[in-house]
Design a protein around this ligand. Sequence first.
Ligand SMILES: NC(=O)c1ccc[n+]([C@@H]2O[C@H](COP(=O)([O-])OP(=O)(O)OC[C@H]3O[C@@H](n4cnc5c(N)ncnc54)[C@H](OP(=O)(O)O)[C@@H]3O)[C@@H](O)[C@H]2O)c1
Length: 339
Amino acid sequence: MVDPKMTRAVVLTSFPDGPVCETDFSLVCQPAADCPKGYFRTKNRFFSLDAGFRQWMSAGAGDNYLQGMQIGDPVQSIVLGEVIESNHQSYPVGTLVSARTAWEEYSILDGNDLCSALTVSKRIPLHQYMSILGPTGMTAWIGLYKVGQPRSGETVVVSAAGGAVGSVVGQLAKIHGCHVIGLTSTRAKADWLESDVGYDQVIDRETNPDLPIALGELAPQGVNVFFDNVGGYVLDAIMGQLSERARLVICGAISQYEGPIEPLRNTWELVTKRARMEGFMFSDYVETFPEIAADLESKLARGEIRSFDELYYGIEQTPKAFCDMMHGKSRGKCIVQLD
Ligand SMILES: NC(=O)c1ccc[n+]([C@@H]2O[C@H](COP(=O)([O-])OP(=O)(O)OC[C@H]3O[C@@H](n4cnc5c(N)ncnc54)[C@H](OP(=O)(O)O)[C@@H]3O)[C@@H](O)[C@H]2O)c1
């Protein structure tokens, strides 16, 4: 039986105030916890870096969904780990699991908190179970198909199009027969989204700072589905250019995780356009994950979609990877590989 005496973890050392930076975290080495009856120990292999967790890093954070993080605690994260010691009959040694735990080399888990045993295929790189076949892919699929309900021929706009969720949404909308427009930061990222990811057109803030004008040119008939990861000004601008019966999928609001909350001025448009705006949490659909994963896996196998991933290596790279992801320096899904 493996018995790690010590485990390294990345802990929160200060509540980020504005843009998160690497000095808000530090790497510590601490004694490993016991593994009592009903629990199992994982050796963690990959950390999924998710923008949403930034919401629970600020001072006083915490809501109906998750408690705020505390100074000195390992930073919350979705993790892929392998069971190396078990006192839980459903998770024998050798099981691969995905769970919400923390940026730590070893975790003690009880099978709760988004924990599930993974059935993996040898054909698929393991890290993809933290990206397109993990919570990221689930979020994109659920938000687009269940909430957005696009029809072939419709115009779908995706904000933070080059990020983890956005890069999957764009591909799914495209193979669904939609006209897909992405929004991103730089022209270089926009070019990559058009040439590699498959977006029809991409508006970047760098060369096209006036979003309403740029969008009016690309979508003169209006937007049918808006998949929003950004909120604030971007959401407001799209609200001003909806077609009738539009659907606004509220997946996230990254523009306000590190800055002031911007007012929405175009809400009246929801009335006249008979539009539907709906937020969702991917975790509400946990019972449908196997069928969604099967669908994504077959689309991958047929070459209809790809997993765009950016890997960082070693636990010490985690703060940098997280900051890079938050501030648009990474493309696709940002993952830390531990071994
Ligand atoms: N509802 C759910 O269940 C659920 C689940 C997972 C994620 N989410 C949400 O989905 C969104 C994307 O998450 P992710 O983990 O996939 O992250 P991500 O898209 O891989 O990374 C975040 C991206 O957001 C963009 N961004 C950052 N600050 C911005 C700003 N002020 N204005 C516009 N764009 C900005 C950056 O790309 P650019 O270079 O394009 O600026 C950055 O790369 C987040 O809002 C997250 O909270 C929701």
